[in-house]
Design a binder for this molecule. Structure first.
Ligand SMILES: [Fe+2]
Ligand SMILES: [Fe+2]
Length: 409
């Protein structure tokens, strides 16, 4: 029988000796022997003590001719690093390591993750010790959306900076009543952004660590909304105006936070709320009197498109896999949506500010033109099968579908 050998030179315990010996032992089977050879007698004595302490046996210690000293160790049942499973190195096309590729390498998303799982990175070997945490979101299908990994990667690439990416100087010098109107609109938008922030943030900490793509997506969403709050708050105060926050907006946003079911919350926030917001932000980007406001709205609108896309993909996937969920979901959402003022139309204070903001003057013809742009050109639902009137999802959307039709499609 050939005995494995580990030359350690002048290495001392605590300076790499045990790391080298440990790694060599990990490559042996339990019961196999290893000769540790050293230039130092004390190192041999110390590594023997270390080995006993680490669950290995010491078979013997010897002076190995000349100035060499040796200890023969027998590998015990446990060795650090021995549990690492051999894998195949990944081949990455064009140097990009996408999250979908990571998922492909570590195996599919489990339909049900262990609620007691520790914080074990994907692909890592579990330590076998249970977590004292009990994760609340452990069902893949209650959370997932098609192409979630791609959505998360896109979100990371699309981040922008509210400090430097907005032409802030362009906002200076507006007429006082136009500035007041802009500040009121910005305050209203920032208020809504808070709801969009707290809803995903509350779910984020409940998600099982096995669902990495979901953690990435939600934290990207939360980061987007924090930046939206930042950029619209900055624009609101830039011209020296302090606008009132609207209590009715606060109350209606509270209904979003009361919804604890992930899918119902996604339908309310991502599909209905942010879907409506897309129109409002597009309107502001088009009609803002200054480039700072227009740029902020345009950049936020781009983020919201992603959020709406996630919402639709998630709700669609959930309902396809679980058709019985549909009736319950529609009921839950209709109850809450009925209390969401912003879905029934803009607050009059905000609507008036939008008119003044886009008119940019008090000339009656300018105001009339701006008023027509803010009001919907038709109050009838555009869904062919519906025909309901006066229940548009959004006031600023010239053509739209009513709430019931959004839920049905
Ligand atoms: Fe937002
Ligand atoms: Fe959003």
């Amino acid at each position: 029988v050939t005995v494995a050998r580990c030359e350690t030179g002048a290495l001392e315990l605590g300076a790499g000796l045990e790391a080298l010996v440990s790694a060599t032992l990990a490559g042996l089977a339990e019961g196999e022997d290893l000769d540790v050879v050293s230039l130092s007698r004390s190192a041999v004595t110390e590594i023997s003590a270390w080995a006993r302490h680490s669950g290995h046996d010491v078979v013997g210690e010897d002076v190995e001719g000349g100035r060499s000293f040796a200890a023969r160790l027998r590998r015990g049942p446990v060795a650090i690093g021995a549990d690492a499973a051999a894998g195949t190195p990944l081949s990455l096309a064009d140097g990009r390591f996408t999250t979908a590729k990571l998922r492909e390498a570590v195996g599919p998303v489990p339909p049900r993750a262990d609620p007691g799982a520790g914080m074990i990175p994907l692909g890592a070997v579990g330590s076998g010790t249970a977590s004292r945490r009990a994760w609340r979101e452990n069902d893949r299908d209650a959370l997932w959306a098609d192409k979630l990994a791609q959505l998360a990667d896109r979100s990371a690439r699309a981040q922008w900076d509210a400090v430097t990416d907005i032409p802030w100087a362009a906002a200076e010098g507006l007429k006082p009543d136009v500035e007041r109107a802009v500040a009121q609109v910005m305050t209203y938008v920032a208020q809504n952004e808070y709801a969009a922030y707290y809803v995903p943030a509350r779910h984020l900490a409940q998600i099982n660590p096995a669902f990495l793509e979901m953690l990435m997506w939600l934290s990207g969403h939360v980061r987007d909304e924090a930046r939206h709050i930042e950029v619209f708050t900055k624009r609101a105060v830039l011209g020296g105006v302090r606008s009132p926050a609207l209590e009715s907006t606060d109350l209606s946003l509270q209904t979003l936070l009361d919804e604890h079911d992930f899918t119902a919350a996604a339908l309310l926030l991502n599909v209905l709320g942010e879907g409506t917001f897309l129109d409002l932000l597009a309107f502001i980007a088009r009609h803002a009197p200054d480039a700072a406001t227009a740029t902020a709205a345009g950049l936020a609108q781009r983020d919201e498109q992603r959020h709406v896309q996630f919402g639709i993909a998630h709700v669609r996937r959930r309902l396809t896999r679980d058709p019985e969920e549909r009736a319950a979901l529609v009921t839950a959402v209709e109850e809450r949506a009925a209390r969401l003022v912003s879905l029934d139309g803009l607050n009059p204070v905000v609507a008036e500010s939008l008119v003044l903001m886009s008119a940019r003057s008090r000339q009656p013809t300018d105001v009339a033109e701006a008023g027509a742009a803010v009001r919907p050109s038709s109050s009838a639902c555009m869904s062919a099968a519906c025909g309901a009137s006066g229940r548009l999802a959004s006031t600023v959307r010239p053509r739209g579908t009513c709430r019931s039709c959004i839920l049905r499609t």
